[in-house]
Design a protein around this ligand. Structure first.
Ligand code: SF4
Length: 333
């Protein structure tokens, strides 16, 4: 792989869960992700935004094929130039942690409650032979903890002896243990209070600056994503409905859903948005029963008659920007 090649290419990726895994007991598979194409530049950062159930986490887990048995992934996923879909189980195990690693939300559940932090952070290094000995692994765990802002002696603690923010830092240390090219952070700050959230975000930003890894950051909070990512992709009903440079997408979304998401959260540094955040009525659709036409039309304040019939595709709407709305060409130029 050359340094100019993207770290990640998603080409027309769709993910379908078996009906039983998505809550039903029979019937057709349910498409949680539908035809997503995205590219992440090496050392770049991409924010995935959207409400719960829009396919963000499914898409992230598909990158490392961390999905329930029976799930179907169509399309092509290239990680560092390699086709993830063509990898056998041994190769997949080899690239998890070393090529790409995921920081999950809810650190208390992601960590083993009866194992010391030392053993948990050391495990991926020992499995992947990135350290020559247990002693070297222990030494590196202490260094990693210090790099994420924790005293090295916290390695001897168990998860319940740490605060929520400290546990999230442990997960970040674990994800970085094997020096992956890509870090996927799936709502890593959702369970944290605002102050700790800001500290974890600052930590991720400084680690990225130091280590130059690429990052995918997932959350429903568009303004938070714009702070930490170069580009944003907004997902709705399993599809990307808008993509572009973060600040532009946040401050001047082309798609009505992006505009609603941006209005639903205060923009840091923008007092007007803090005083008057507006909500979005209703919920995203059930992936097993999508509306006809544009999946957003039952909630869209700009919908016209043909929105219930025609299904918009993602198309170029500006320099390095795209959106999937039937009216977008009529409202932007
Ligand atoms: Fe709204 Fe219609 Fe555009 Fe869909 S296609 S986002 S319903 S205006």
């Amino acid at each position: 792989m050359t340094s100019s090649e993207p770290i990640l290419v998603l080409d027309d990726v769709s993910v379908r869960y078996p009906a039983s895994a998505s809550g039903g007991s029979s019937g057709d598979p349910v498409a949680a992700v539908r035809g997503v194409s995205l590219t992440l530049a090496r050392r770049g950062s991409l924010g995935l935004a959207g409400e719960s159930g829009c396919g963000k986490s499914t898409l992230a887990n598909a990158i490392l094929r961390l999905l329930p048995a029976g799930t179907t992934i169509d399309g092509r996923i290239e990680l560092g130039g390699d086709d993830v879909g063509a990898m056998n189980p041994g190769r997949l195990r080899a690239i998890r942690w070393t090529r790409a690693a995921i920081v999950f939300q809810g650190a208390l559940h992601a960590l083993n409650p009866v194992q010391r932090i030392l053993d948990q952070v050391a495990e991926p290094m020992l499995i992947h032979d990135t350290v020559p000995s247990r002693a070297a692994a222990a030494e590196r765990v202490r260094t990693l903890l210090e790099q994420v802002g924790l005293p090295g002696d916290r390695a001897d603690a168990h998860p319940h002896q740490l605060s929520g923010g400290q546990r999230q830092r442990v997960l970040i240390a674990m994800a970085l243990a094997c020096e992956p090219d890509l870090l996927i952070a799936d709502e890593p700050t959702t369970a944290l209070d605002v102050m700790v959230q800001a500290q974890v975000l600052a930590l991720l930003a400084s680690l990225r600056a130091e280590r130059n890894f690429s990052m995918i950051f997932i959350t429903h909070d568009l303004s938070l994503l714009a702070d930490v990512c170069d580009r944003l992709a907004v997902m709705y009903a399993g599809r990307v409905v808008e993509e572009g440079p973060s600040e532009q997408v946040l401050r001047a979304g082309h798609h009505p859903y992006t505009q609603a998401l941006a209005a639903a959260f205060p923009i840091i540094g923008d007092p007007v948005s803090r005083l008057a955040p507006s909500g979005l009525p209703g919920d995203p659709p059930d992936p097993a029963a999508l509306p006809t036409g544009c999946a957003f039309h039952p909630r869209c304040p700009m919908a016209v008659d043909r929105c219930a019939v025609e299904d918009p595709v993602l198309r170029v709407t500006g320099s390095e920007r795209s959106a999937a709305c039937l009216l977008v060409g009529e409202r932007t130029s």
